[in-house]
Design a protein around this ligand. Sequence first.
Ligand code: HEM
Length: 431
Amino acid sequence: MHQRARVLCVVSARDSRWSALRNIIVSIYQPSHLAGLIPSMQSHIERAATNLDDGGEAEVAFSKLALSLATDVIGQAAFGADFGLTTKPAAPPPHHGPPRQHGEEDGDGSHSTRSSEFIKMHIHSTTSLKMDLSGSLSTIVGTLLPVLQWPLRQLLLRVPGAADREIQRVNGALCRMMDGIVADRVAARERAPQAQRQKDFLSVVLAARDSDAAARKLLTPDYLSALTYEHLLAGSATTAFTLSSVLYLVAQHPRVEEKLLREVDAFGPPDRVPTAEDLQSRFPYTDQVLKESMRFFMVSPLVARETSEQVDIAGYVLPKSTWVWMAPGVLAKDPVNFPEPELFRPERFDPAGDEQKRRHPYAFIPFGIGPRICIGQRFSIQEIKLALIHLYRQYVFRHSPSMESPLEFQFGVVLNFKHGVKLQSIKRHKC
Ligand code: HEM
């Protein structure tokens, strides 16, 4: 459990420690700062889209590409680092056999192989934080009999092939990578004159540490690395899942696709990049499609809280230290607020529509609720909308024949696609 505690800091920090951390980082998620991130987000999206250029029958492991994109975007915005995960591999030498997919290795120790190693570790770490019976044995036993978790884990760490041992190996490698990023940035910060300093997540945290004794005590080097990785984790898997969900669902609903394309095409010439204001006001149907996709496949179906004191909720007395699970995924399928919940119908989020007006304001909470609501909500919406606009200007997508039906999911810290989303990208305008 110790390794996991290392990688979950804002999410699991409590009370004063949490509010100190949140106050430090909240400024970088303010609208004024986010608007300035558009050019960098857009260039990462354009780079990722070059992986689709073949079009036609070729299959794209889209959810993998989306995870690479979301990781690159957060890497740049939060740490000022370009991980290069979406860089299109150089054309391979003549190759006989089945075509390669995005993310496949080229076996020569080159940049794309290292990227794919990183993403593999990242994916492994993301997906091994599971809540179902395929998770690590010590976690499962620990859920039922907490007292046994620590001794069992110590035992399993010695067993080759045990999930606990593998998770520790991968987490260790990721932590070292994060330590490296943080160390580089600390050194660069010492070299750079004040005026050239960036305003990204890591710089803001480092500045707080330098200027405030309490923050210095809180932000030890170990904690800084863990905080950094937590950011990567919280911001990438969720955003990638959501972007993949939209493409998967739109491909299944031609009428929605047609309406979405009309809105995207009406925006202007293909190279016009939307401003923050455009994103707010010019894409109302894209907003509805995004919300409906998030309702349909809720990436964080459960949100946890622990009572810090005894509390009475609607007549139920919860003693101090009671765990309370909220289920936004269940709320999102409640027919009282979402009639015919199994239908994918973006118009249910039309602000002028009756369904939206009648709905309870807390029925749709994909980003959680209250003071601990997701800090990256605006950031991810901005990124996903920019990606949708760019992609649908050029392509439409169809499910690959190799995709399973119905779609299978994997339940972990966040929801994931069990076998990924595989699509065919079809170029809209052949030049
Ligand atoms: C579609 C994308 C995303 C979804 C659906 C999502 C969802 C969530 C949810 C449900 C929570 C828990 C809220 C609660 O306990 O009430 C959360 C927390 C959090 N999210 Fe996100 N998230 C997304 C993207 C991001 C991004 C891009 C970042 C960072 C850039 C991020 C950073 C965080 C952090 C740091 C927390 C912990 C906040 C705290 O405890 O104060 N998330 N997110």
